[in-house]
Ligand binder design. Sequence first.
Ligand SMILES: *Cc1c(COP(=O)(O)O)cnc(C)c1O
Length: 364
Amino acid sequence: MIPVTRPYLPDREKLQCYIDGIYARQYLTNNGPLVQELTRRLENYLGVENLLLVSNGTLALQIAYRALGISGQAHGERVEAITTPFSFAATASSLKWEGVEPVFGDIDPDTWCLDPASIEPALTTCTRAIVPVHVFGNACEVEAIEAIARRHRLKVIYDGAHAFGVTYRDRSLLVHGDATTLSFHATKLFHTVEGGAIIFKHKEDLERAALLINFGISGPDKIDTLGINAKMNEFQAAMGLCVLDEIEANLKEREAIWRLYAYALGNHYQMQRLNSHSRYNYAYFPVACRDEKELLREVDRLARAEIQVRRYFYPSLDQVQAFSDRKTHSISDDLARRVMCLPVYQGLDAGIVLQQLSSISEVA
Ligand SMILES: *Cc1c(COP(=O)(O)O)cnc(C)c1O
């Protein structure tokens, strides 16, 4: 079976060296030397400041809301955030979990990211934040979103789980907003087995978040605030350092696969329109079929040819009872029924996938 994705496993001897170091120091967690080293190296590689490593990408979102003071639980009042329905469950669940009501805007039918025009009609007196997603690594319309945020004094937290290494107008995309979060889950482009990061615009917010991820403990015998445990550990950081060392080769290979697909399939399927001011990271290859029936037929047929494709992201989050009781007819709902992601990972023979796909298109 060709899986839709495969975790990247770096050189094992190098990982062993890092683990030998952990054994020698006997320092396993609590902002250890490898977590500090990975923090510096990621800031450097990504071209960002104020990066905080955390235990996963979902807590990265939750800690960001807390540190920026928009969490509803912290204030005991109704708080809403405008977000996109076309994303992974964690974008909406992280808001709910923090007592913030996700209010869904809609997506642009071409870019598949939150449509800035859908934000203002969804605002109420309870709106405190906008949570857009650079979905599949495609840069959102950051200027338009941030202009709306300024006009209405809202915080912007980008879910950048797919946007590792993406640039926008020759700078890191991840410097936009009051914060951008990353996921370093095993299936993501860059990973630490489980893990994540928050990139803050302001250092004070990073300092507040650093306290939050360590139980609110500010020093010996001192608890400053209500915190939680969201720390990254040394083993996670060791994996991250090894994956980062090999990232360029990984990116190159993904790009080659992506371009091969795009050349062969670009006329057959609707593809996501990528932001033209952005350099893409080739993290995913999503395509949209004409309708759900065609999609189901192709998913089924590829499965019989031992190729796994996945329905990312289905269902559209505005259709999920746990997140919203106001079901809408959205562009996102229509798209979510038609989109599938093709396999992309280092070591994949994309030719085999293409062979199967072309036999589909001949039959169809
Ligand atoms: C993977 C992902 C997350 C959650 O990250 P975890 O590290 O798995 O907790 C959040 N948002 C999006 C869009 C994701 O794809």
